[in-house]
Design a protein around this ligand. Sequence first.
Ligand SMILES: [Mg+2]
Length: 379
Amino acid sequence: MKIIDVEAIWLRVPTFSERCEWGEDAFLVKVHTDTGLTGIGESDSAPAVLKAMVETPSSHSTSRGLREILLGENPLDIDRLWRKMYHESSYMGRRGAAIHAISAIDIALWDIASQHYGVPIHTLLGGKVRDEIAAYGTFIPKDRPAENKKLVEGLLESGFTALKLGGGLFGTDPDHDHEVMRVVRDTAGEDTGLAIDLVYQWKNYRYAKTQCERMGEFNLDWIEEPLPSDDHLGLRRLAENSGTRISGGEGLSTVAEFSEFIRDSRPDIIQPDITRCGGISEIRKIHGIATGFSTELVPHGFSTGILMAATVQFLASIPGGDLIEFSQSTSPLSLELVTNPITLVDGKVPVPDVPGLGVDLDEDLIAKYRVEMSVGSPV
Ligand SMILES: [Mg+2]
């Protein structure tokens, strides 16, 4: 079997372009083979940049476009191809966008292998250890604190027993945040798991420590990205001195970067995104490092049903993979791109046992939102 094309697809929903609602665009890849099998992957990143990573003609031996690297290769050689892509894009890659694009391709290769062998991806990953995964719902809080009551009630009605909030104004004003949390905790009750996501907004260690203490009364499961991932000293001091678990890492990629993060920032929980960190292949290695250094792994995931399907397969195969993020985005890319999405059942997502990712794409929706742009010329 040979790879005959790597199709990089940029989708953008015009009505979402005015303001980021976490779902305004998406980047997909389709890896086509000469047997007719096609693998699907995605990355939650900047689609135009990733499209360039795939399509760019080669500049020299370590700045090669990913499509060129893969043409004619056997898609079943996943690990070898990952290393080849990493090495031959290393001058423009090693971290960030290049690894995001590699993540999408890696997921597509696992999709192909799983279909080829006729077994679920979790079987190829070593075997399923759970049939369902508890999900927590992530939402952007309303600016007016009282309006969050109805929002939280709706989420609890849909079955969630754990919630996370972040984005919008949250994190910019401690008094406002406190009011929001009071409404959310009072509505959710003491038995609902609650976490908050600061998206780096807590300025510095001293400020963050004060806010952590103030949030103590809400009995949070974790505090996510209170400081930037590069502020290793601040995060480490916070993790050592906070009564609440500190998490982060959704923007990091590769086992190398997560090794540094765990070593220097000492988070309680790392949150690699399978579509950014290097795909299914790399998140397995990241999980190994985390396990060896007493760190939990709860993946980030807030995109389409492709990300969800890949994350479920990975979590189904690892010990401790019992919590998954469940997007509340109202974007059509989140809700409609995959026509047979994994859905919530009593606050949990079932683990599919079909070969491949098992996602069917709405090709009409892809045609509707596809942005036509090509970098370089086809090889
Ligand atoms: Mg986050």
